[in-house]
Design a protein around this ligand. Structure first.
Ligand SMILES: [Zn+2]
Length: 384
């Protein structure tokens, strides 16, 4: 059985890295206690991880009995990940450490949505991000790119992206050839869910749903500690559930999808229609904040519509919690109260809590998490 030793070595590395990620700094002795590994095995793995600059010894704190065990921690600062979230007209770019803490962010403009145009924009953004954070290229451990569409993350292929008009595009390979750094891709919802599982509100949950409401609506599921992609990378498309038969035209080409009736562009369109004048997103946010009745009514309807479909998802999958993100989180309780009320109305048995976890850089940080996940690999770790 050759390879057994290296397999268990990889397993022990993941076990210790994920324990440190979840619990914070702990001593070698505690690591041995929690993992059940022998002290010698822990010392061996920790030494190896220190050689790879993945873990570090922190300052010992004096304890009551006078012994000062040295805490081991992940060396979050030593490695860098780059995250790129592809939007229709721009790319949200971020440089993070291993904890997906942003060190530099920027918004890159894209001339067009051709693969070449996108790759060029990413290539140009990298030195700018590094300069802003005053960090070196050699510390980059990987790049994550999140793409709206159906993605095969294992093969690094964009199966289809209606928003960009891409089909069967080996995007990870195309980009890696240019930047000479490992590249991971996934759809933006799964990337958000991975970031939530690594360092967000989903951190301590093995079963949860990550919902995002913004330009689209999506809901990724983490089931038994793993992102559920589905058999054809088509899972989590809550936004394309038919909400209104023969309703409004969706970007996917079908009619009546939930996102075509309840995502942000649909809210803005509806406001324009009722007010009979064009409106920007900023105007709409202002209208919501000043208590404009039309705006609040629209959020009420959108929230209720999303909540009803979310209840179906809960009835099917019974998640521990639902983590909510996306730009529409900015509308706060004006959107979330009707959403929660409608969900409650249609729930059958379980009543999971809605937790919001969102900052403007969350999408790009999700993309960066695709790279950092390659180190933690929580899906294949019992301590994940
Ligand atoms: Zn659709």
């Amino acid at each position: 059985m050759r390879g057994n030793a290296s397999t268990s070595r990889a397993l022990n590395r993941r076990l210790i890295l994920n324990l440190l990620r979840n619990r914070g700094p702990i001593s070698r002795a505690e690591l041995a206690l929690v993992t059940g590994l022998s002290p010698a095995a822990v010392t061996f793995v920790v030494t190896e991880l220190m050689d790879d600059t993945l873990v570090i010894e922190r300052q010992a704190v004096a304890s009551t009995n006078g012994r000062r065990p040295t805490p081991i921690d992940i060396n979050y600062e030593a490695h860098l990940a780059l995250g790129f979230k592809l939007n229709r007209n721009n790319i949200a770019c971020v440089l993070t450490d291993l904890a997906t803490t942003p060190l530099a962010t920027l918004e890159a403009q894209v001339p067009d949505t051709s693969p070449e145009g996108i790759i060029q924009a990413i290539e140009t953004a990298i030195p700018r991000l590094l300069a802003e954070a005053r960090r070196d290229e050699k510390d980059i451990m990987g790049i994550g790119v999140s793409i709206p569409g159906e993605i095969d993350p294992k093969k690094g292929i964009c199966l289809q992206s209606p928003r960009f008009g891409w089909r069967n595009l080996p995007f990870a390979e195309l980009l890696a050839q240019r930047v000479h750094v490992p590249v991971w891709i996934d759809d933006d919802m799964n990337a958000f869910a991975i970031a939530q599982k690594l360092f967000g509100a989903g951190r301590n949950h093995r079963n949860f749903a990550a919902l995002a409401i913004g330009t689209g609506i999506g809901c990724s599921l983490v089931l038994n500690g793993e992102i559920y992609h589905g058999s054809n990378s088509g899972a989590g498309k809550l936004g394309h559930i038919t909400s209104v038969p023969n309703g409004a035209l969706c970007e996917c080409g079908r009619r009546g999808c939930l996102m075509a009736h309840a995502a942000e562009p649909a809210m803005l369109d509806e406001y324009e229609r009722r007010r009979g004048k064009p409106i920007s997103r900023t105007d709409f946010v202002g209208a919501v904040e000043s208590g404009d009745e039309t705006a609040l009514a629209i959020l009420n309807e959108a929230g209720a519509r999303i909540g009803r479909h979310l209840a179906d998802l809960v009835n099917l999958f019974d998640p521990e919690v639902i983590v909510v993100g996306g730009e529409a989180v900015q509308f706060g309780e004006a959107l979330l109260t009707p959403l929660r009320a409608s969900m409650e109305e249609f729930l059958f048995f379980s009543r999971p809590e809605l937790l919001t976890d969102w900052v403007p850089s969350s999408w790009a940080r999700g993309a960066a998490a695709l790279a950092t996940q390659s180190i933690f690999d929580f899906e294949r770790s019992p301590s994940g």
